[in-house]
Design a protein around this ligand. Sequence first.
Ligand SMILES: *Cc1c(COP(=O)(O)O)cnc(C)c1O
Length: 479
Amino acid sequence: MADFKSLLRELPAVDRLLREPPLEDKMRHLPRRLVLQAAQETIASYRRRISDYSSLDTPPESPVQINLSPAALAEEAALLAEKKAGLNLKSVINATGIIIHTNLGRVALAPSVVDAVTAAAANYNNLEFSLDTGERSSRQEHLENLLCELSGAEAAVVVNNNAAAVFLALNTLASGREAIVSRGQLVEIGGSFRIPEIMAASGARLVEIGTTNKTYLRDYEAVVNENTAAFLKVHTSNYHMIGFTAEVETEELAALAERCRLPLVEDLGSGVFLDLAEYGLPPEPRVQDSIAAGADLVTFSGDKMLGGPQAGIIVGRRDLVSAIRKNQLARTLRIDKLTVAALEATLRLYFDRARVLEEIPVWSMLTVSPEELRRRAGKLAEKLSLLVEDGRVEVIEGISRVGGGALPTAELPTFLVALTPPKGDSPPAVVSRLRREDPPVILRLQQDRLLFDPRTVREEEEEALIGAVGRACGKHLDG
Ligand SMILES: *Cc1c(COP(=O)(O)O)cnc(C)c1O
């Protein structure tokens, strides 16, 4: 084995590396500190590699093969410096077929919504200023009327996200008192939103009733007392029970709430304004139906099925909404001007259903026809097969998912492009190279095949996707 100490001595020093042309060039264009860091980290990583090899009994690869020339290290450090200087949060291509993908930023906004956000970001605006009276106004005013028209509610307020909406509603109405929830609705969403925990944090005391699979109106009636402050109904958006189940409908529970003079808060999760059944999808409760059924407050997310920005929307009775607005905590959970701009522009699209389906990506992805998906998969497969010489590319039938904890049982039929990498290249290695591409491509790996779902890839992204696959899959079998 080559002498460990002599290899370490061979490692170039930082200032030697910085004199190499690729790093000299980066020094001129990028912050000095970043380039220096990149050089130091590159040398450190080689030092680790050398010591790792030297600690092995039988090195799998002779350490002598490591190229320690300043030119080689500088090349690598220059790439690292470039990466450090770039934005860490970047656009990726979602080829997973999961429409609401929380890890990938949930949803993309409609183009007109993006324009509204850009304008709000670039300029001063009338966020809290009335152009009619010249006086101070509320940022909520840009949204409240639209939300009331769409939902039929009297009043509305928007906060940071739906978790905040539920928290704030409970904190305002039931802090120090009791809120009644069915055991079948004590859900956990996305790993950190759990109804019992949110309730505890809000100061409300959870009173669980019924059983996991069956809860009746009499279960609610039995526990109402002078300490009861609210009924909470939670849409079990991310799981479905089958078999013998019973749940109390919003209308029935609202009638009981009214008799008891207590508010009914309904957390819808996704919250939709359109009727999903019309598009062959499993039903999802609509916001306007819950309001019409008598729910006093309804909460839902801005960035799930609505297809807008992250936000928690609360619609309902004026007196309750106004109490929520006055809660000191509302200020800590308030939305910023970019959210106001994005949400207003998104909501305006809902007054014209054709525009929702055409412009809001969630809805065009949900409702795109199988024939169109087959056509796009075919086109993509044709182009990819030209790039992947020894691999196999075919179009197969598959399933896309709504995601985001919405419609967990919905299986949307789709056509996938299935790519088997050339022999000698490992599929997980290709997946990881695609993840490091520019733009990164995120996809599914099933057995030894890479699956691209055209449903979540917009047509304007196709060229970039093909380029990335060409680079990741084409000729570099060296990993
Ligand atoms: C998603 C969801 C939440 C949390 O909403 P966020 O906007 O992600 O905070 C709360 N309740 C239900 C029922 C949900 O589906």
